[in-house]
Write a protein that binds this ligand. Structure first.
Ligand SMILES: [Zn+2]
Length: 383
């Protein structure tokens, strides 16, 4: 999932990304696939060139060097002329970014991309007066998008067209907004979510979402049928039939859980504009805790993922905050009150506040989320 918000150079401005479902015609889809093919080749070529030059001459090739050699490259490979030159430049910038991430030790050494991994292209500088200009700028034929949210086209900055693995196309439009606007909007409808073992989610508005009981029945059935499967003779028809039965229940449980998590995330995104979750190290938790199965079943990670992509579509924001002390600190006065997992109540000896432990945590998460927004470190819908 891409970042929904990132900071621009000017201190008071943010970039917000809106994602719209696009419905290209067959012809347009064909042309966009073609672009991706050309861009993927260019990406790999640029990567290879940097690698080779470093290996043979111990020299680092810069972005501007590669950009300046584009005209030369176009002569050798005329397919490059099919693609808008700004989009070609953006492709080279992606190579540059990949290397910078490596130099800063944030990523591994950049690898060649397969065609299936190269699935978006960006128009880096779009100054649109109205949405019709989108067509003009892109120099592709008209692309139909479902506009589920009004956006201020005069503030649009970049346009990215993206193909999801499902084959669906999306148009992501980045709009520049003032920090004050975001803050004002965020504080109006902001919420903190505590994800827990007792309740799946507790919100800072005092709402609780229980773990669904209906998932437990098929799970018991699953266990029973799996036991039966292990008793069947290998290679027998009976075993095959039983294997299919088990697979079917698996599928049912999975679908029911996904369906439930979709509903919960839909509720959150429909009701709140700024949603803070804890940045959970789910892998670590599962490995180190006896609650492993419960945690996996709870689908915390899936819930955050669902909420995050729904938020991008709806123009809402999901942030993840540092989880340390969210359970212990008093959400009223900040006093640290250590508690065991069994203690369900937060009772503050300092200010006398008494409340549900998960509710206390959710308020702390909300406060951290808003503080993060004010501090400007909001690039946080990454999953
Ligand atoms: Zn207190």
């Amino acid at each position: 999932m891409e970042e929904a918000i990132s900071r621009t150079k000017k201190e008071t401005k943010f970039l917000l990304t809106y994602k719209f479902r696009a419905y290209p015609s067959v012809l347009l889809e064909y042309r966009m696939e073609n672009w991706l093919y050309v861009l993927c080749n260019l990406y790999n070529h640029a990567l290879e060139e940097r690698k080779r030059t470093w290996k043979e001459e111990k020299k680092t090739i810069t972005y501007s060097h590669q950009q300046n050699s584009l005209p030369e490259l176009k002569k050798k490979d005329p397919t490059l002329k099919l693609v808008h030159s700004q989009v070609l430049q953006d492709c080279l910038r992606r190579v540059d970014n990949a290397f910078w991430k490596f130099f800063r030790k944030e990523a591994k050494y950049p690898k060649k991309k397969k065609l299936s991994e190269y699935n978006s292209f960006t128009f880096p500088q779009v100054w649109m007066k109205q949405k019709d200009r989108l067509v003009e700028v892109i120099k592709l034929e008209k692309i139909k998008i479902r506009l589920h949210r009004e956006i201020d086209w005069t503030r649009a900055r970049t346009v990215t067209i993206k193909r999801e693995p499902s084959g669906k196309w999306y148009v992501c439009i980045t709009v520049e907004v003032e920090l004050d606007e975001i803050l004002k909007e965020a504080q109006e409808k902001a919420v903190g979510i505590d994800l827990g073992v007792k309740n799946l989610a507790t919100t800072s508005e005092g709402e609780f979402v229980e773990h669904p009981k209906f998932l437990q029945r098929p799970e018991r059935r699953l266990k029973r049928e799996q036991k039966k499967l292990s008793r069947k003779e290998k290679g027998s028809n009976n075993r095959e039939r039983q294997r299919k039965r088990v697979a079917k229940i698996h599928e049912e449980v999975k679908n029911a859980r996904r369906d439930f998590l979709h509903k919960v995330s839909r509720y959150l995104v429909n009701n709140y504009d700024h949603i803070s979750f804890e940045n959970l190290n789910i892998k670590g938790l599962v490995q180190s805790s006896s609650l492993a199965k419960l945690i996996l079943d709870a689908g915390w990670g899936t819930l955050i993922t669902f909420a995050t992509y729904k938020a991008v579509m709806a123009g809402a924001r999901v942030v993840r905050v540092d989880p340390s002390y969210t359970t212990q600190d008093c959400s009223v006065c900040g006093f640290r009150v250590p508690k065991t997992l069994a203690e369900r109540l937060h009772e503050c000896p300092e200010c006398g506040a008494v409340m549900d432990r998960d509710y206390n945590a959710s308020v702390n998460i909300l406060q951290k989320g808003l503080a993060r927004l004010k501090g400007g470190r909001v690039g946080a819908t990454r999953t």
